[in-house]
Design a protein around this ligand. Sequence first.
Ligand code: ZN
Length: 105
Amino acid sequence: MALIYCPDCGKEVSESANTCPNCAYPINRLYGNLISKQNNQLVIAGYIIVFMSLFIFPVLLMISGIVIGIINISKNAVGHGIVQIILSVVCGLVGAFIGILSTLL
Ligand SMILES: [Zn+2]
């Protein structure tokens, strides 16, 4: 159980506490916001990787996109995760197809 510093009064508080015992600042809400913010970044990263797979390293980025999709599902971003897995496969295949075409032409 880690200790964090209360952003309001600066006292050490257990991160599992609901509120700061000193000033009643809602610690849990702050910590939850932090997690969901990190999760948002992962969702955005997933879409960027899926998009990039159309242009470079389609197979590699397709696998990365699927992995990030699975991670997002495990972190409760189920909708984004499923969309990313489907988009990864579609974009990866399209990207690979474009890559094969461009080497043939
Ligand atoms: Zn406090």
